[in-house]
Design a protein around this ligand. Sequence first.
Ligand SMILES: Nc1ncnc2c1ncn2[C@@H]1O[C@H](COP(=O)(O)OP(=O)(O)O)[C@@H](O)[C@H]1O
Ligand SMILES: [Mg+2]
Length: 143
Amino acid sequence: MFEKILYPTDFSDEALKAMDFVASLKDAGAKDVVVLHVIEKGSFDAIARYAIKDIVEIGKNLKKRAMKEMRPIEDTLKTKGFKVKVIVVTAVPYMGILDIEKKEKVSAIVMGSRGKTNITEILLGSVSEKVVRRAKVPVLVFR
Ligand SMILES: Nc1ncnc2c1ncn2[C@@H]1O[C@H](COP(=O)(O)OP(=O)(O)O)[C@@H](O)[C@H]1O
Ligand SMILES: [Mg+2]
């Protein structure tokens, strides 16, 4: 059931806690982890409106920075004995996550209940709520 796990991260503390949970699923048979960061298309579009001629460069830099932030996560999971694939895409975050769920044929998704916005009054953030509602595979939301 947990053979191939999709772990989407926005690099928040909440998402980081979920990574510890991913690691603990080794004993439940987890072998592969797909680590995914989605660069928010919305913010990218906003930048594009004001900096048309720089947009390719900005896009590259955003991706490069995300890839760099992925490195320690990748290393930690590899050290724990997982086969790790790192993906960075630009999309509406929940759509990007559901798209990779399908493309990578994962068996479960592990994510934080909240992320960067982290409003304590709400149970689920907007991304985790949409993923829980629409994913085809089990979603473990870590608090
Ligand atoms: N841009 C993103 N790329 C990948 N995963 C994300 C992204 N945004 C959120 N997530 C995942 O969804 C979880 C919940 O975040 P979110 O619903 O955005 O909460 P919040 O509203 O507090 O930011 C995060 O812990 C992370 O696992
Ligand atoms: Mg968020």
